[in-house]
Every structure is written in structure tokens, then in C-alpha cells.
Design a protein around this ligand. Structure first.
Ligand code: GTP
Ligand code: MG
Length: 259
């Protein structure tokens, strides 16, 4: 395992004492990938291996950046093992920094033209990623393709989750005049260069909301694509909490009046 590659040194200089990174040699790493896939991981030992294996088979020119946000359930050991097998960049945090922080940090190292966030929880059907790529590649006026979660047969989503979806969509329409069915869907495909222009600040689960709001404010053309969805429950490892909902709503209101 090569621990002191140049990228690792660059990263640890930028954020001293918080992380070290490893860059493996195999399958995900190509010089100019079309798509950067960012996978935030916090204690996902049950699902992370399958999540990475299925991504490796995705027929898209891609790189993968995985953030281990101080996992303590064996995910880290698993990731180090998978790192030997697949080409991906692995960022290891020495303390928990939050999903939003990890995604923003990984985006700073993205080499792809486009980026998308793939959670390690197997909730979304990755088959749609190729379709999202096709949409954005074929229509240059589109700035972002946003997922719209449709329950898979047999799936069941919670009342709070459904409520959050409706409230955020309605609030966004009232405050920003734009309607999307599913602001909170983690599948948001856009140019890496455009993502960086948004200058996002969220460190936890507010990132998706801030991403959409700032895209609205910049006048991005956003189209939606249905994504099959098999939600998991908190007892199956879901991390987002009730109070994260307040943060999401606060962001919707706050960014209406500030930048
Ligand atoms: N880096 C990082 N990732 C996290 C953290 N908490 C959760 N995640 C990851 O974020 C992804 C989504 O977590 P979930 O708890 O399922 O949240 P969710 O309800 O799917 O929420 P969103 O998809 O973000 O709207 C998973 O891959 C988690 O491992 C964290 O503190 N840091
Ligand atoms: Mg999830």
C-alpha cells in the first residue's frame, strides 16, 4: 500500500492532523475520468463493500473518491482492503467531520468533468447514473440532473421523510419560485467546475439543500430523472436525524436573504 503519494502530502498539508489519504493503483483511477463519484462513509460496514463493487461495474469512465469519516464499526478496515483491489482515492479522517464536509473536500480533488454523490447505503439504483450522464452530455444547456426518488416495489419510506420532501419542495417554490419534486435526493449530477463555483459551506446533511438553493439562485437549468429507491431505516444504519430537518429548513429560509 502506497501511503505517501504526492496527493496525500498535498491533502495533509491543507488539513493538518485531520486526515491522511491513500491512492490505490487499480480500476477506478484513470487520468481524465468523465465522472467523479464521491462516496461519504460513516459506519457502513454492512453495505460499503457491495456499494463499491457495484460501482466498479458501472459502464462509465469514472474515478471514485471515498471519505471514511472516522468510522468505528470496521468500515475502515474494509475500505483499506477494498483499496487494494480497486482504484479509488481514500480519504481517512481522524475525527468525524460530517457528510457535507466530506463531499466538499472530495470535490476539491475531483479530476472528472462531472460529479455525483453516491451514498454507501445502497438506497438508490445506480443504473440511472449512465442515463443522467447521457442527459447532461447531450444537452449542454442543462446544468444539473437531479434524482427524483420513486419507491421500488416492496420499499417503504417513513412519514417524516415524505413530509420533509413535500415541505422542502413547497418552501423552495414559495421562496425561490422554482419547483423540484425531490430537493433532498443525493443524486445530483453536475459539472465539477460549476459545483466549485457554488462555494458551499454545509458540513452535515444540509449540503444537498444548499447545493440546490445556490443552483436556483445562479439560474441553473435543472432537470429531474426518476431514480428507483429502496429506503433503509435507522435500525439498518440510517444516520440522518429529525433535527437535521430543522437545519435543512433553516437553510431554505436563510439563503433567501443572504448569500
Ligand atoms: N462523511 C460522512 N458521511 C456520512 C456521515 N453521516 C452519514 N454519512 C454517509 O452519508 C450517506 C447517507 O447517510 P444516511 O444516514 O443514509 O442519510 P440519508 O437519509 O440517506 O440522507 P441523504 O441521502 O444525505 O439525504 C451514507 O453513505 C452515510 O455513510 C458523516 O458524518 N460523515
Ligand atoms: Mg441514505
Amino acid at each position: 500500500m502506497k501511503q505517501k503519494d504526492p496527493q496525500a502530502i498535498i491533502q495533509s498539508k491543507k488539513l493538518p492532523n485531520m486526515q491522511k489519504s491513500l491512492t490505490s493503483k487499480d480500476s477506478f483511477k484513470i487520468n481524465r475520468p468523465l465522472l467523479t463519484i464521491i462516496m461519504p462513509v460513516f459506519n457502513e460496514a454492512q453495505t460499503v463493500e457491495q456499494a463499491i463493487r457495484r460501482l466498479s461495474a458501472l459502464p462509465v469512465s469514472k474515478e471514485l473518491i471515498v471519505i471514511d469519516d472516522y468510522c468505528t464499526d470496521g468500515s475502515r478496515e474494509l475500505l483499506k482492503k477494498l483499496y487494494q483491489e480497486f482504484k479509488f482515492k481514500l480519504i481517512l479522517h481522524a475525527q468525524n467531520m460530517g457528510k457535507g464536509y466530506g463531499v466538499r473536500q472530495a470535490a476539491a480533488y475531483a479530476k472528472g468533468k462531472y460529479m455525483i454523490v453516491e451514498d454507501a447505503d445502497l438506497e438508490l439504483d445506480i443504473g440511472v447514473i449512465a442515463k443522467m450522464m447521457e442527459i447532461i452530455e447531450n444537452e449542454p444547456s442543462i446544468d444539473m440532473v437531479n434524482g427524483n426518488r420513486i419507491l421500488k416495489k416492496g420499499g417503504k419510506s417513513g412519514i417524516l421523510q415524505n413530509l420533509a420532501r413535500v415541505i422542502t419542495s413547497v418552501l423552495a417554490k414559495i421562496l425561490y419560485g422554482k419547483y423540484l419534486n425531490d430537493l433532498l435526493c443525493s443524486y445530483k449530477l453536475c459539472l465539477v467546475s460549476k459545483f466549485k463555483q457554488l462555494n458551499l459551506k454545509s458540513t452535515r446533511f444540509g449540503l444537498e439543500t444548499e447545493w440546490i438553493i445556490k443552483a436556483f439562485k445562479k439560474g441553473w437549468k435543472i432537470v429531474e430523472t426518476d431514480v428507483l429507491f429502496m429506503p433503509r431505516l435507522h435500525k439498518q444504519g440510517k444516520k440522518i436525524q429529525f433535527f437535521d430537518g430543522f437545519d435543512i429548513i433553516w437553510q431554505l429560509i436563510k439563503y433567501r436573504f443572504t448569500n
